[in-house]
Design a protein around this ligand. Structure first.
Ligand code: FAD
Length: 289
């Protein structure tokens, strides 16, 4: 089923994101965590794609196929184009289709300064147009990424939203947001996106914080602002790892409660492959969905 169908009920859609193991470990190393996450019964689970993006990277496909075929949960495979040619994209799309994976998150991917990007695609919108031109993939749902605080390379939020419109015009059927810790950014972005004529569902990406190093890594990568309330929480509990996990769960649940009260289309939980944290959060918010 295309993910866009899930939004038609008008109820907020809860989804999870997982990431594949490092190349040195097998897919089996995360199967138990994925199975536990599937038991929480989100509407779908997405699987990230290694930034290096080579066609030998089959982990994303294998995990997405396992979620769909063995766990009975709709899945979404991420795919990036920065390091893939058109032929490579077709090879990957065929392997997704053969494995029964029916949804993709079409991304450009981050540009690695040590790996010159391939030249077939400059932006995610070009990847989406290319896939949409291939009618053999008409039954594949396509989603895109969006950035409530603006993408780090964009001149400003308005310019980024105008580019986002191109992604939707190319065929993205819904959007999943970058993580954020201050809902005000999301509400402002959602309003501006609507004014720009973006009318597809937008899921809010929420990352529960479970360690200080995780926050530092994420913030360096995506540039999310840290509100005072959040910084106070981390500062207070950083030396007590178990307390920080509980505080991170409480913070994420509070963010989600507010988003649901404000009519969000969906919640996309960056689970970090941690079923304990996901289960706790869903336990708090499930009756609100
Ligand atoms: P684009 O939509 O191409 O945007 C990139 C930049 O180009 C933006 O600044 C935008 O404003 C600008 N732009 C876009 N279109 C145009 C245009 N036509 N003309 C001029 N400028 C334009 N990375 C991975 O490697 N693997 C993953 O699995 C992964 N999963 C992600 C999941 C989510 C939900 C999110 C939010 C991000 C994910 N990323 C992942 C990170 C993503 O690859 C990076 O943020 C990347 O830098 C941008 O990807 P994009 O698809 O948003 O790019």
């Amino acid at each position: 089923m295309k993910i866009s169908e899930l939004f038609k009920s008008g109820k907020p859609v809860l989804s999870f994101e997982v990431f594949p193991p490092k190349k040195t470990s097998g897919v089996e190393s995360i199967t138990a965590a994925v199975d536990e996450l599937a038991q929480i019964r989100p509407a779908y689970i997405s699987v990230t794609y290694g930034a290096g993006g080579n066609t030998a990277n089959t982990f994303t496909r294998d995990i997405a196929a396992h979620i769909k075929n063995d766990c009975g949960i709709e899945s979404m495979a991420h795919i990036t184009c920065v390091n893939n040619s058109k032929d490579e994209v077709l090879t990957i799309m065929n392997s997704f289709a053969e494995a029964g994976v029916k949804n993709i998150l079409a991304l450009r991917g981050d540009i690695n300064p040590n790996v010159p990007p391939k030249t077939d695609f400059k932006h995610a919108s070009e990847l989406i147009s290319f896939i949409r031109e291939h009618h053999e993939y008409d039954d594949i749902g396509i989603s895109g990424a969006c950035y409530p605080e603006g993408h780090t390379e964009a001149e400003n939020l308005t310019a980024d939203i105008l580019n986002l419109r191109k992604k939707v015009d190319a065929g993205a059927e819904e959007l999943i947001s970058q993580l954020f810790f201050d809902n005000a950014f999301f509400y402002d972005f959602r309003e501006k996106a609507k004014i720009a004529g973006i009318n597809v569902p937008i899921s809010a990406g929420i990352m529960p914080v479970t360690s200080k190093s995780q926050i530092e890594r994420m913030v360096t990568m995506c540039g999310a602002s840290l509100p005072q309330k959040f910084v106070r929480m981390v500062t207070k509990y950083e030396s007590r790892p178990e307390a920080l996990i509980d505080a991170g769960i409480a913070y994420a649940a509070d963010q989600i409660t507010d988003l649901l009260a404000n009519g969000v289309d969906g919640i996309h939980l960056y689970t970090m492959n941690n079923p304990y944290v996901a289960r706790k959060i869903v336990g708090i918010i499930e009756k609100l969905l």
